[in-house]
Design a protein around this ligand. Structure first.
Ligand code: KIV
Ligand code: ZN
Length: 385
């Protein structure tokens, strides 16, 4: 079976900005949207047009500058929001209206205070109304993972028949587990009569640390769009990390049989820019984009890496924007790693005995100091050259 394309829908500028503590100006959003375009995401959700004047302006500016991605804005399922959204994305060569309405019994009863039939009617009306402005309409069933299946399936069919071209099934509260979330997507795709007329999308939150796993389960089950953010930022514990999803699909292509259009060597620079503009630093041990992700300190690992990098690395750093790998010298490092690094500093020991005694001094130093700079390493040579 030929590899199939997964649409990468980036919501760093909308759900990502909903992270408590983040506030992006229109200027920040334009700069970040340009970086997302260079990364070659397929869809940029630039904000929520009806939420504030500044967000409306930011989305309109992004829409007028971004030529290679679809630009999208979130919208509640009400006419005023949809009109504002349509205006905000109008100048984009490809614009999308993203309508959201809750479908779980809990949300319908307590938040919307509506009967399920009213919600279904409102959803269909909103999609038909949005189609007056655009033929690229996404409908999100908020809290889909806690919704009653027969009702959800009926509503999904109704919004597709009304003209929605993408249907998203958010795990809004991050409660789903992979088998279950994948099962939800698989069953909807199989049972909704109009399913072949829309792209199904995953939107997962990380409250249990399962957002990436759930998103991957969804595409394995037939979804062809994933909604995600750079560095996994987003409401509460965040969204699925774009960089982890993209590299999982690429590194395990033989398992998924899927691919994305992402230019992966832009992942690290884009992550660093998002960290600077949001003020949310990237943890050193974060997969793909953390500074330790391609570093090796233990002696056993360094020895393996020097013999064949595949022993301890499943990806090459340069594929995501880092140097291929780095051997970091610390108290866990071994003689081979030390000697290789010293060679890169231009130091060649004349005998094994010279190397051994310099290595002994290095171990003592590494025990007392956490970060060893090149200058520190050079002090370990002593008179042994
Ligand atoms: O998590 C969610 O349900 C959302 C919707 C607004 C799409 O972000
Ligand atoms: Zn969300």
């Amino acid at each position: 079976m030929a590899s199939q394309r997964v649409v990468i829908f980036d919501t760093t500028l909308r759900d990502g900005e909903q992270s408590p503590g983040i506030n992006l100006s229109p200027h920040d959003k334009i700069e970040l949207a340009e970086a997302l375009q260079a990364l070659r995401v397929d869809v940029i959700e630039a904000g929520f047009a009806a939420s504030s004047e500044s967000d409306f302006t930011a989305i309109r500016e992004v829409a007028s500058r971004i030529k290679d991605c679809t630009v999208c804005s979130l919208s509640r399922a009400v006419e005023r929001d949809i009109e504002l959204t349509a205006q905000a994305v109008r100048s984009a060569p490809s614009g999308r209206i993203h309508i959201v309405l809750a479908t779980s019994a809990l949300h319908m009863k307590y938040k919307l205070q509506q009967e399920p039939e009213q919600v279904l009617e409102q959803a269909v009306h909103a999609v038909r109304f949005a189609r007056r402005f655009s033929d690229n309409i996404e409908f999100s069933c908020e809290d889909a993972s806690r919704s009653d299946f027969p009702f959800l399936a009926r509503l999904v069919d109704a919004v597709i028949c009304a003209g929605a071209t993408t249907v998203s099934l958010p795990d809004t509260v991050g409660v789903a587990v992979p088998e279950e979330y994948g099962g939800l997507l698989r069953r909807l795709i199989a049972e909704v009569p109009s399913a072949d007329r829309a792209v199904f999308s995953a939107h997962c939150h990380d409250d249990l640390g399962l957002a990436v796993a759930n998103s991957l389960a969804a595409v394995h089950a037939g979804a062809r769009q994933i909604e995600c953010t750079i560095n996994g930022i987003g409401e509460r514990a965040g969204n699925a990390s774009l960089e982890e999803i993209v590299m999982a699909l690429r590194t395990r292509a033989e398992y998924f049989g899927l691919h994305t259009g992402i230019k992966t060597d832009r992942l690290v620079p884009t992550s660093a820019l998002v960290a600077r503009r949001t003020g949310f630093p990237v943890p050193p041990n974060k997969a793909i984009v953390g500074r330790n992700a391609f570093m090796h300190e233990s002696g056993i690992h360094q020895d393996g890496m020097l013999k064949n990098p595949l022993t301890y690395q499943i990806m090459m750093g340069k594929d995501v924007g880092w140097p291929d790998y780095q051997l970091v010298l610390g108290k866990h490092s071994g003689r081979n790693g030390y000697s290789a690094r010293m060679k890169r500093l231009g130091v060649n020991f004349s005998s094994d005995a010279a190397l051994n005694s310099a290595f002994h001094r290095f171990k003592k130093l590494a025990d007392s100091k956490r970060h060893l700079e090149d200058a520190d390493l050079l002090t370990t040579i002593g008179d042994d050259l």
